[in-house]
Ligand binder design. Structure first.
Ligand SMILES: [Zn+2]
Length: 451
């Protein structure tokens, strides 16, 4: 069993220092105004219902920011409620006072000095060699947060319109999805999206939950509002399904990295591969509907989970670009393969760090922050080229097969101008040697048609 020690992030004011003792079932009202049965009867929260989405992701004019929208999702609702909680003093520190700088360089890595995030907590052991672990109700989970930490309920509308109810009852039978604050924010508007909170699902992607996260990104409608996901073994600390999201008005380095086309699915989803970025990863774009891209990514995530490969996901550009990044840092850390200099920084390379937003805990690291240092850390996070090729093969086999059994044609989609960057055949991966550069690998264009 592989374990690492790390200081867990406190995401809720109800997350205790010590593991919670086995408590007897709550009586009526536990006094914490939580999200368990004890306190939910008669509770009300705002409800934002997005309209059923059957449209193309790429159609800008289809975004529900038109006249019919009863409330501006990002500006009024999400950020407005977030600021309200900040004013009420629910956060552990003032993130807007944390120093942040963009490192002047090609990619513009973003460094933040955040000394308050990890104080007052002792390191805890985390198992990092199991991406799928059963939900454990005795540990901290989001049903234990206070209702005042929840900003609103988020779900699909029953008709073709966006709907907003400032004071909606909580439908316990149908387990609402909720958006809550993270009391240890790393940026403005840092929130958690907890799909079907009362179902107490473990941290694992399923199609429905991922589509919900994608809808949140689409609803926000801003390229600066990103949604992220960390699997267990890739720096998630709470085994209760959740996504994170926040607003940061600069491009992330990963969004600037060049990509190389690999394949196009017959439902219009294009998959490319990151080039010249320290972490190897896949980028998903396009699709005839939001559901197409959602299913392609969630099926890929499910494949990684089933193969016990830790990963992170970044949803960018209002849900139009999604980065999938398998990683191995925690495993290396547990095996003693990470250098003491990197460990000393105590930086946990989760989705935000991998995307180029480096949250640093020591002033020294902040002052010395450079693209080279960021690169050095992230290079340790990445799978090796050889391993990445194997993982790609696993993913493409799953996507080509299709979860619904209908299959999905994967067509080669190489630009004429792109000939120097011929993709390699996943089936030839076994023959690859360590250190091969993707652009140097010979391949056949027609080898990517998988059935
Ligand atoms: Zn309660």
């Amino acid at each position: 069993m592989l374990r690492i020690k790390r200081v867990p992030t406190v995401v809720s004011n109800y997350q205790k220092e010590e593991p919670e003792e086995d408590t007897a079932p709550h009586g009526l009202g536990c006094g914490r105004n939580c999200l368990c049965n004890c306190c939910l009867q008669g509770a009300k929260l705002p409800l934002y219902a997005f309209k059923k989405m059957k449209k193309k992701v790429t159609q800008e004019d289809d975004h529900p920011c038109g006249d019919e929208t009863p409330v501006a999702f990002l500006d009024s609702l999400l950020l407005g409620e977030w600021e309200d909680r900040m004013q009420k003093g629910f956060f552990r520190y003032d993130v807007t006072a944390c120093e942040t700088k963009v490192i002047p360089s090609e990619y513009g890595f973003i460094a933040q000095l955040n000394e308050g995030r990890h104080l007052k907590k002792r390191p805890t052991e985390f198992r990092v060699d199991k991406v799928l672990q059963p939900f454990d109700g005795s540990k901290f989970n989001f049903t234990k947060i206070g209702q005042e930490e929840v900003l609103f309920q988020f779900g699909e509308s029953e008709d073709d319109h966006v709907q907003f109810f400032p004071n909606a009852p909580i439908d316990i039978e149908n387990s609402p999805s909720v958006v809550a604050i993270n009391v240890s924010p790393i940026e403005y508007g840092h929130v958690l999206l907890i799909p079907r909170i009362l179902e107490c699902l473990p941290q694992r992607i399923d199609r429905k939950s991922f589509l919900l996260a994608l809808n949140m990104a689409a609803e926000a409608g801003s390229p600066y509002f990103r949604v992220g996901y960390n699997s267990l073994g890739a720096f998630a600390t709470i085994n209760h399904i959740h996504f994170q999201a926040y607003y940061l008005a600069v491009p992330f380095p990963i969004e600037k990295a060049p990509t190389r086309k690999i394949v196009a699915l017959d439902d219009g989803v294009k998959i490319t591969e990151l080039l010249n970025y320290p972490v190897r990863g896949l980028v998903f774009e396009g699709g005839n509907t939001l559901l197409d891209i959602s299913n392609a990514v969630s099926d890929s995530c499910i494949c990684l989970q089933n193969n016990n490969i830790p990963y992170n996901v970044l949803i960018s550009d209002s849900g139009k670009r999604i980065f999938l990044l398998p990683q191995c840092y925690a495993e290396k850390q547990a095996l003693g393969e990470v250098s003491p200099e990197l460990l000393d920084t105590q930086v946990n390379p989760a989705v935000w760090e991998i995307s180029g937003h480096m949250v640093l805990k020591r002033k020294k690291d902040y002052e010395e922050a450079s693209e080279e240092n960021a690169w050095r850390l992230l290079a340790e996070v990445s799978l090796s080229e050889e391993r990445f090729q194997e993982v790609k093969t696993l993913i493409f086999e799953v996507i080509a097969r299709g979860d619904d059994g209908k299959g999905n044609n994967i067509q080669s989609s190489i630009d004429e101008a792109d000939e120097s960057e011929t993709p390699q055949c996943p089936k030839e991966v076994g023959a690859l040697k360590k250190g091969s550069h993707p652009t140097m690998v010979p391949g056949k264009q027609d080898c990517l048609v998988l059935h």
